[in-house]
Design a protein around this ligand. Sequence first.
Ligand code: CA
Length: 534
Amino acid sequence: MTYRRLFSLRQAVPQNAVPQSEPLPGQSPNNAGGHWYEVGDWGRLDRFLLLGSEGGTYYVGERALTRDNAMAVQRCLIEDGRRVVARTVEISQAGRAPRNDPALFVLAMAAAAEDEATRRAALSAIPLVARTGTHILAFADMVEGFRGWGRGLRRGVARWFTSQDSDRLALQAVKYMNRGGWALRDLLRLAHPLTDEAATRILFDWIAHPNQADAIGAARAAFPLVDGLYRIREASGPTEAAAIIRDRRLPREAVPTEKLTAPEVWESLLADMPLGALIRNLGKLSQVGLLNIGSEAAATVIRRLADGEALSRARIHPVQVLLALKTYAQGHGERGKLSWIPVPAVVDALDGAFDRAFATIEPTGKRLLVAVDVSGSMHGTRCAGSPTLSAMEAAAAMAMGFVRTERKVEVVAFDTELHSAPLTPRQRLDDVVRLFGRWRGGTDVALPMAYALGRKLEVDAIVVITDNETWAGRQHPIQALKRYRETVNPAAKAVVLAATANAGSVVPDDDPLSLGCAGFDAAVPQVVAGFLKG
Ligand code: CA
């Protein structure tokens, strides 16, 4: 299925082309022995917020990548700190990133900025970005690396405690008492939040003094959830545990590990399980014997995955769905300890859930060539820190997002060859990911442009999803693009969707017909559509 015979590279590369091993004016060396254009700091801020630096890239280690991104964030903070905070809140609240940690990290940096207005904006944005107990504990850990616990920070954290109603805070406390070296108790003692509400005060007292009988008694009396937390520890068997979970609506985090083996425990957890937890626990639900072909639990799961509104309310990211789909369909967990027999209808439902993330986008009707980088580096870069999902797989799924949004899309894959990948909207995501997994050569990002030129393919835009680390070509992508515009379509646009939070792009920032962007979510086709129409 390769296009090698359909067009010849020899024809497509002009005599005077500059090989990727040599720079064009304005380019600098990339990490792969080729050359690229450096991305501006604001572009890097976006890449970092959307993609994070967990796991580093194929070429740059996690620590160095995080340091480089932090330095770019620092420069943005000096230039316009409030813009940094606003962008962080925007991306975090829209659920555009598969992980919230980069947003928390940037907010922690902003909370320590020299400029007072920036600091104030960051501190008042704490409840907007740190929405859960686990977020605020992570934030506490990060912010300590940048500044001390002055009054402003303590007040900002106090607002986290006082800005939510007592039932929600009780749930956060029951789920996330500790994370890393931090406990909610430590934060509460530092921040000293004050409240007029009696119920909230009882909760504060319990969080601050979890070993005092009076505080425990009052919290148990006021909050069924807190009561359930203590009751389930003493439950004698799975039937009793299941009853307590159902009665007190306990989350999984409140259930002692040794009680998480019985199907009836999971059955009662399923009744109130948040969507994110549901998606993460499908394997476990199968393994304990609840999720079977035609079972009641399977019907519940399928129904909940079909609720597009609930998915977006819960900020379920397409990458989380993709990860769940890949893991669930393969029938075993990451470390191989857990194994199960996947239910095909559940796999289909996950595929549908991914689809629904893109369902609301208006098709542009433009003709698109979507090219996915399937070179070794894309396989070797983890997506959002997930040990089981590669940037290549997320990119393949993103191409599918375009196929399901737009009607005139041709998809190809490339490494140092161009590969045909004729996707249709009805293809299932795990099959698409498997198809793209077949290739992993060197990298020549000029190939999609050369292909469009060689075939005289009339397209309105070429969308390339890549880590931009191109090196193997006998011409630069921008040269091939220029020739395509001269020969076939002078108005052809180029979109380069960055798959990693590195520093460069194969298109320069100042080409009005090119767009650099990042992310693996439904906002990307929307941004692309806006660019193509405008
Ligand atoms: Ca590569």
